[in-house]
Design a protein around this ligand. Structure first.
Ligand code: GLA
Length: 737
């Protein structure tokens, strides 16, 4: 077997196992307990007398470590006929009667697998991170699965995945290859999952999980989401609540087809099997090779959704998102003010607008490339990444230079995985395109997807980015788009078509790894026809993501609210546009709740509007550190209140920023009662003032309120939101007592 890593100490403890109800006859004696703990949570496995790895528990950490072995004895739920219902990584073809994590066909055609425990080892990677490796092996076939649990102690996050390998005489066919299995004991499980479409991302649904299987999945190939993102939460016992109750958040770290099966069994326990989708993806694993599944991440909180979000957001900033604790660039984008219709003069004037607005960067969007097939609409040019000579006779370089001279940074839009049939690329490399040669081509936004399983295509994409940076060392930002899904999935490069969906994503990651090796810090926005590719698999290479093309601020309040359960504000790119009917102040205030950008025709703004935008950038620069690096608290949901309210508090609890929006247009709607703030120091006093007022307006909040954190969190504070003050940003600064 390949040696994967040198692991140091063994942490499992041998204990005498207590009476175990009716759940498993073979596990009533000596067992080995394997607790995987973080600061507040524990995932506990046991090796039964049957030598299988069973899941005992996922929940709050117990102070008495050895009491974990008393847990199962407290459950008397009925008969587990198979005695393997709670095994951690259930396989098909042996005793298992429920959804498997793994299904294989051995080299001799046999389809049975029964994984037994071999060993466990842990390695302390640093102060916070520990890696546990559990080796499971079949007793009949030379087939092994190594389960990994990487724990992030302080933030209570666990990443888990599996390495699958064998030494059989021929290849083993892999029909299912999930990342992990969780088995949750309980009575009621409430699932929150999301659905959507273009411009309708992150619409939540909460449902009681009933018996049978609920599958969350996607089959789009090039991205995880259009209709369903890979994030979900399970509330244990009762519906999810913001500040109380037990909740598990989960997500696949994978930018393509995913599948999460949630199966409530005859004992009323919940089996969760997350992984890369095995849809159209059976493949042969050759002898002596290794298949590593996607990572699945989860976090448990017994203090409600708010706490779970703060754990995940901090984890993402500390460990996953590129430069998660760093700085970000505010920007002016030209997409909605010009679409494809621009030339050098227009862009020059937009550079001036960028400067006058006071933002850091100008982002040139789609439409700058293509000569044989100019990119003047979305029917042509994709794939031909040379500046259009008519629109930009002096190329990108002169614009970057001009921007630099003006003290403005320059960024550019790319969609390098895609091709329009009307392009030189398509004609020169027809074999680089994913399609069924004998079937008619079928397009998504008039384009096809390049075959990223092919290293030549990976090289091509890397070179596009590399050439841009080599020719324009001043280039400071990339918006990486991915609009099309994969139809007619077929690769001329793959010898096994069953690998296509998986190798596409791996091919993408290969390119991104190469880009990051050479350009480790360049900020890049992850975009996918709106929010189609917001996942932690991709976000390790990106500094931010584009949540949706829908920038109507009222819609965004709901959408950003939902994204905030799983992703930090520093990574959430929000642009002020002309979508929606709300006043400019409302639009700007909503965009400030993340990474601020503008995508409006600045030259069309009235003088007060321009003044307001300029002042907003100045105000944002004063509070952005709290929004990007502080803790976020959802105060009042837009789904159930007239006024939505959300706040950020810096780590020292010295400063807070509180965003409040009227989301109900009916007569008399407003903030009639105080809104309780969170996350402050109860013993400190805070001075409260309103910021970001529109020129010529005055606040009904005079700025002389000084109240204790205790008061603000127990009684609350009224932002005085109503139809005449539909958007209110408050700042709370600790004062010396
Ligand atoms: C996608 C993106 C938009 C814009 C267009 C350009 O739809 O989501 O922001 O960049 O592509 O074609």
């Amino acid at each position: 077997m390949p040696v994967l890593c040198m692991l140091l100490s063994v942490v499992s403890v041998k204990v005498s196992f207590a009476q175990n109800g009716d759940n498993g006859k073979n596990r009533t004696e000596s067992v080995q307990l394997i607790p995987i703990e973080t600061a507040h949570s524990a995932t506990v496995f046991e090796v039964g007398k049957d030598n299988r790895l069973h899941m005992v528990y996922l929940g709050s950490k117990l102070p008495e470590n050895k009491e974990y072995n008393q847990i199962i004895g407290q459950y008397r739920q009925g008969t587990d006929y198979s005695e393997v219902s709670d095994v951690v990584y259930p396989a098909s073809g042996s005793q298992n009667l429920f959804e498997p994590a793994i299904s294989v066909r051995h080299a001799d055609g046999n389809q049975s697998l029964d994984l037994k425990f071999v060993s466990v080892q842990t390695k302390q990677m640093d102060k916070d991170i520990k890696l546990t490796e559990i080796i499971l092996k079949d007793e009949v076939y030379p087939f092994e699965v190594h389960l990994f649990y990487k724990t992030y102690f302080a933030t209570d996050v666990v990443e888990t995945w599996a390495d699958i390998m064998h030494e059989e005489k021929g290849s083993v066919r892999m029909d299912k290859f999930a990342s992990a299995g969780l088995y949750l004991r309980g009575s009621k499980f409430w699932l929150t999952h999301y659905h959507g479409d273009w411009a309708k991302e992150m619409r939540p649904e909460q449902t009681l999980i009933t018996h049978g299987i609920k599958t969350l999945d996607s089959k789009l190939g090039s991205r995880a989401d259009l209709f369903q993102p890979p994030v979900f939460m399970i509330a244990l016992g009762q519906k999810a609540r913001e500040d109380a109750g037990k909740v598990i958040y989960g997500s696949l770290e994978w930018s393509g087809n995913f599948r999460v099966d949630l199966e409530l069994d005859n004992l009323n326990n919940l089996r969760v099997i997350p992984g890369i989708n095995n849809y159209a993806s059976s493949f042969d694993l050759p002898k002596d090779s290794l298949f590593t599944t996607a990572k699945f991440l989860y976090t448990f909180s017994d203090r409600g959704q708010g706490q779970a979000s703060r754990q995940l957001q901090r984890w993402a900033r500390d460990n996953k998102i590129l430069d998660g604790n760093g700085q970000r660039l505010t920007l002016l984008n030209n997409w909605e003010s010009t679409y494809f219709d621009f030339n050098e003069d227009k862009l020059r004037s937009l550079l001036k607008d960028t400067k006058s607005l006071g933002v850091d960067l100008f982002l040139l969007d789609d439409g700058w490339f293509g000569n044989s097939y100019p990119r003047n609409n979305d029917h042509a040019g994709l794939g031909d990444w040379q500046a259009n000579r008519k629109k930009l006779p002096n190329g990108i370089a002169s614009l970057v230079k001009e921007a630099t001279n003006m003290g403005v940074k320059f960024g550019i839009w790319l969609e390098p995985e895609m091709v329009n049939p009307k392009s030189d690329l398509y004609h020169q490399h027809p074999d680089w395109v994913l399609k069924q040669a004998k079937r008619p081509e079928y397009y998504f936004r008039n384009q096809l997807v390049l075959d990223l399983t092919n290293p030549a295509v990976q090289d091509f994409i890397f070179r596009i980015v590399d050439t841009l940076f080599t020719q324009n060392p001043g280039l400071a930002y990339i918006k990486w788009d991915c609009n099309a899904v994969i139809y007619n999935a077929y690769s001329l490069h793959e010898s096994q078509q069953g690998r296509l969906y998986i190798d596409y994503v791996q091919g993408l990651y290969n390119v991104l790894k190469r880009i990051r090796a050479k350009y480790p810090k360049i900020p890049m926005m992850l975009c996918s026809g709106g929010g189609g590719r917001v996942d932690y698999g991709a976000l390790q290479y990106f500094t931010e993501f584009w949540p949706s093309d829908n920038t109507d601020p009222l819609e965004r309040i709901y959408m950003q609210w939902e994204y905030s359960y799983f992703y930090p504000a520093i990574a959430t790119a929000n642009h002020v546009t002309n979508w929606g009917k709300q006043p400019l102040k409302y639009r700007v205030d909503v965009a400030m709740m993340g990474k601020l950008g503008f995508d409006i025709p600045v030259h069309d703004l009235s003088a007060p509007d321009l003044n307001f935008c300029q002042a907003s950038v100045v105000n944002y620069n004063k509070i952005k550190d709290i929004i990007w690096h502080g803790d976020q608290y959802r105060l009042q949901s837009p789904w159930t209140n007239d006024v939505a309210s959300l706040m950020y508090v810096d780590r020292d609890k010295m400063h807070g920023v509180i965003f409040n929006y009227l989301v109900n247009a009916r007569y008399g709607s407003g903030s009639h009662t105080p809104i309780k703030w969170k996350g402050l120091d109860p013993n400190r006093k805070y001075r409260i003032r309103e910021i970001n007022l529109y020129p010529g307006t005055t606040s009904t909040i005079k700025g002389d309120d000084v109240l204790s954190g205790d008061f603000l969190m127990t009684i609350g504070y009224n932002p005085k939101v109503d139809a005449s003050r539909s958007s209110v940003i408050l700042v709370a600064d600790a004062v010396q007592s």
